[in-house]
Design a protein around this ligand. Structure first.
Ligand SMILES: *[C@@H]1O[C@H](CO)[C@@H](O)[C@H](O)[C@H]1NC(C)=O
Ligand SMILES: *[C@@H]1O[C@H](CO)[C@@H](O)[C@H](O)[C@H]1NC(C)=O
Length: 264
């Protein structure tokens, strides 16, 4: 009997240890599966992969601890003012990125670097973007929502537009709130429609005027120099003549007449 009890006791200890480690392991695996950014809410679905929601948290910076297997990231309704370079470089599976309803005034060069192969939808609507930085969108061909931003349509925007590879229909979301020049009637119209207004024509005109002024300046200088040169020479010639006149020789006279003919 004591032998059996001993056996039971020993085995229960082993069983207990086994159970204990099993619980620990489960806990660890569970933790790994739900590893998430501190401030955000994560969910995982079999088909769609990981979704991370950081909406409406008054964030002024993009959290650095977003899991690298995130497929959808919601950063909308925060206080972000810029998207720094390489902000999402560690998220190679990111499919959808929502940055709408923030205070974004600019996107730094390479802001979406690394997302070229995976990103399908980028929401930048309802921000404070006035102009496009083509270097921010390098390698990005996704669909984008660019509406509800105070776009400033000018020669610069016209020049950078062809360098942006975003899906072309996305660019229709760029509706001019202000324009340069002001009086071309671009305000309130999508930039793609206002494009044939040629916002660079005014710049060309000012360049032309500058050219004209410069040329006029040069011209004036040349004329003044010519006038000065002729006057100066006339004076010299007159002095020379007077000198010759004061010489009472015959040779001087003939020289005098030849000088006169040269001057004339
Ligand atoms: C995420 O990071 C881990 C550890 O650094 C790495 O093993 C894993 O392959 C990464 N996942 C992706 C999708 O890049
Ligand atoms: C773009 O964003 C605006 C405002 O955030 C929203 O009303 C609109 O439905 C969005 N459009 C698309 C195509 O997602």
């Amino acid at each position: 009997m004591p032998l059996l009890a001993d056996w039971l006791l020993r085995h229960s200890v082993v069983m207990c240890l086994l159970l204990h480690s099993l619980v620990l392991m489960t806990f660890c695996f569970h933790h790994a599966a739900t590893s998430c950014s501190k401030s955000c809410y994560c969910s995982q679905s079999e088909v769609g992969g990981k979704t991370v929601r950081c909406s409406n948290l008054r964030l002024t910076e993009i959290p650095q601890d977003i899991p690298n297997d995130t497929r959808r990231l919601y950063l909308d309704f925060n206080l972000l003012t810029t998207v720094p370079t390489n902000a999402f470089l560690e998220l190679p599976l990111l499919n959808e990125l929502d940055l709408s309803h923030n205070e974004l005034v600019q996107l730094e060069p390479g802001a979406f670097r690394g997302l070229g192969g995976s990103l399908q939808f980028l929401d930048l609507s309802s921000n404070r973007l006035m102009t496009l930085n083509p270097e921010a969108f390098e390698g990005l061909q996704s669909r984008a929502n660019l509406t509800h931003n105070p776009w400033h349509c000018d020669c610069n925007l016209q020049n950078v537009m062809p360098q942006v590879d975003l899906e072309p229909t996305s660019l229709a979301g760029i509706v001019c709130q202000t324009s340069e020049p002001e009086d071309v009637g671009a305000q309130g119209t999508p930039f793609l429609l206002a494009k044939d207004l040629d916002l660079c024509v005014v710049l060309k005109k000012t360049t032309d005027v500058a050219m004209l002024v410069t040329m006029f300046g040069w011209f004036t200088m040349v004329i003044s120099y010519l006038v000065y040169y002729v006057r100066h020479n006339q004076e010299d010639a007159r002095r020379h003549l007077e000198y010759l006149k004061s010489l009472p020789s015959k040779q001087g006279k003939s020289e005098e007449s030849s000088t006169i003919s040269t001057v004339v």
